[in-house]
Write a protein that binds this ligand. Structure first.
Ligand code: PEP
Ligand code: CO
Length: 449
């Protein structure tokens, strides 16, 4: 299948000739065309220079010379496009990256699930309540969450609203970073109250002491003078799910002779849309961005080889990131065959662990949750398996927020199922809160030292 695809001429819209899963059905095609035409003339959200810089960073991470931290909401919402929420998300990612820089002694490349993470795959196309059946909610880019016919009807205008929110988000992130917000080695600004609840209190104080006198630990990391100064690199990513939106922002750049998706630096293919003969793989094979693929239970050797061949036929460094998400209970069985397959194929990839999506469960009171210990366990097991197989895991992928939500259980404060109702705000999947995310970063720092 991969070979057949490669022989067709790729175009930003050639995916339309392939089966596209997880797409909304719009009632008014004229309206869709009008929206896409507008979207395709609006200025890009990111540039090819930034995208190429990220590709080089990912190539470095593939060689063990850098480490990637990717994180953010499961689903960004239009309502959360606010200064406080954006700043909090940027802050947690920057702080985690400093802790990880200290622990891993490698440059940390930060990628937010931000500025476009507005579309979600769903397990069913429709939802029924009290004998009323309506289209499933697919994220703010597609329709509205309220359970009425008008709200659930996919609305093409929302793609424009999403583009605008993404632009507002990115504009604010860029200003914060340019303005020195990233100069974070002042632990007095960190919310570290939770540390006293942790068994690792002493270790944490040691890390924060080291970070507050950055010269002590930064000098030891070659080439890393820039990492904690006011200016840091920050990249965006989202799942490239809603193909019309992605297509409209795909541009041919004459000076590079390549097509780029200029809505984000790093789009990824979700697990539910990674079919070899599907529309998403067709779209992704033609763009020059570095791309991620989520891999989990069900992936086979043949399928994986097809993805490698189709998405990176020239084995370009930095192009492919494989994001494995098997769950704490499945990683021991699922991961080693993937590592073997990739090694035998000679493909160059970055291995990244998403310890969130394989660990989703229902709490006793019905909340969709994830346990801190399972998330940590999948991470630890993944690091160990890669190490034992002489492979390098060069990145982690989290769903997190900078706020004090109660969506995942466990962590230093030992959140329980009954705590979940206190501040459960996520639109789709449960996220680590500020403290749990910081603790996770500190555990990673400890793990690798
Ligand atoms: C996600 O990252 O929010 C997601 C849906 O993940 P996956 O494709 O791995 O299920
Ligand atoms: Co999710």
């Amino acid at each position: 299948m991969a070979k057949e695809n490669n022989q067709l001429k790729w175009q930003p819209n050639s995916w339309q000739q392939f089966p596209a899963t997880q797409q909304p059905i719009y009632q008014d095609p004229t309206k869709v065309s009008q929206v896409l035409e507008q979207l395709s003339t609006l200025p890009p959200l990111v540039t090819s220079w930034e995208i190429e810089a990220l590709r080089e960073h990912i190539a470095e991470a593939q060689d063990g010379k850098a480490f990637i931290l990717q994180g953010g909401d499961c689903a960004e919402t239009f309502a959360d496009c606010r200064s406080d929420k954006i700043a909090a998300k940027l802050k947690i990612l920057l702080q985690m990256s400093l802790v990880m820089l200290y622990g891993l002694q490698k440059p940390i490349v930060r990628i937010g699930r931000m500025g476009g993470q507005y579309a979600k795959p769903r397990s069913a196309n429709s939802e029924t309540r009290d004998n009323v059946t309506l289209p499933s909610f697919r994220g703010d880019l597609v329709n509205r969450e309220a359970f009425t016919f008008a709200d659930r009807e996919p609305d093409p205008e929302l793609m424009l609203r999403g583009y605008e929110r993404a632009a507002l988000t990115l504009n604010f992130v860029r200003s914060l970073i340019d303005g020195g917000f990233a100069d974070l080695h002042h632990p007095e600004n960190w919310d570290l109250d939770w540390v006293q609840h942790s068994q690792l209190e002493n270790e944490y104080h040691e890390i924060t002491r080291a970070i507050s006198s950055p010269s002590k630990f930064i000098e030891a990391i070659p080439g890393e003078e820039g990492q904690t100064t006011a200016r840091v690199d920050f990249y965006t990513s989202h799942e490239g799910l809603q193909l019309p939106y992605e297509q409209a922002q795909t541009r041919f750049l004459d000076h590079r002779k390549k097509w780029y998706n200029l809505s984000t630096h790093f789009p990824w293919i979700g697990m539910r849309t990674a079919q070899l003969d599907g529309a998403h793989v067709e779209y992704f094979r033609g763009i020059a961005n570095p791309v991620g693929i989520k891999l989990g239970p069900g992936i086979t050797e043949e399928w994986l080889l097809g993805l490698l061949e189709n998405l990176n036929p020239d084995n370009e460094p930095g192009r492919l990131t494989l994001i494995h998400r098997f769950g704490a209970a499945g990683v021991e069985e699922g991961l080693p065959p993937l590592i073997k397959t990739v090694r035998n194929s000679g493909a160059k990839v970055l291995w990244m662990c998403d310890p969130m999506h394989g660990n989703t469960e229902s709490a006793s009171n019905g909340f969709k949750t994830r346990r801190f210990d399972n998330i940590l366990s999948e991470l630890q097991t993944s690091f160990r398996i890669h190490q034992e197989m002489d492979s390098w895991m060069g990145g982690v992928h989290f769903e997190l927020t900078g706020e004090n939500v109660t969506e995942c259980t466990g962590g230093a404060r030992g959140l329980t199922d009954t705590d979940l109702e206190k501040a459960y705000h996520t639109q789709v999947d449960p996220r680590l809160n500020y403290e749990q995310a910081m603790e996770m970063a500190m555990r990673i720092a400890g793990l690798r030292r």
